[in-house]
Ligand binder design. Sequence first.
Ligand code: 5GP
Length: 181
Amino acid sequence: MRLTVLSGPSGVGKGTVVAEVRRRHPEVWVSVSCTTRAPRPGETNGVEYHFVDVEEFTLMVKKGELLEHAMFAGHAYGTPRAPLEARLAEGVPCLLEIELQGARQVRAGIPDARFVFLAPPSWQELVRRLTGRGTEPPEVIERRLDRARTELAAESEFDAVVVNDDVTRAAARLVALMDTD
Ligand code: 5GP
């Protein structure tokens, strides 16, 4: 099985680590998810995400076109099934970067995939990253920290843990865990 699923708490830097994998390891195919959230500045449709509206997303779910899907911060996210299955059939090493609920769905459907948890160097560091911008009201920050606590507790469900102390090293460790030969 050449499928690796990277998950971990919000704020741990999954997106940055995956961007580093994309840059340094073109042999790894990174799945492009669908989301109903709006593109951020610098994001391009079809590159970081396929940006879709709620109707399109609902239709994809109904037709069974998503391998997994979940809500995160008020928006829907999901992994298109067909492109991933095509790459896996070709024997290409594939990487999904998804939140915890989605990772659990993939585990239920594809138990022999490799599940990697990206962990912060410490709880203090995660708190710093989640509160870093200092622009959010305290109750929003408290909600995020609550969620982070629950997400961190899921570490033991995973096959391997990569600590994101340094992006380059974390990306190298992740690729080393993937079946890329
Ligand atoms: P962001 O909006 O910051 O890009 O992503 C928010 C969260 O959604 C992150 O934790 C990211 O890993 C997760 N995510 C991105 N794509 C998917 C997906 O296809 N499925 C699931 N379940 N989560 C996703």
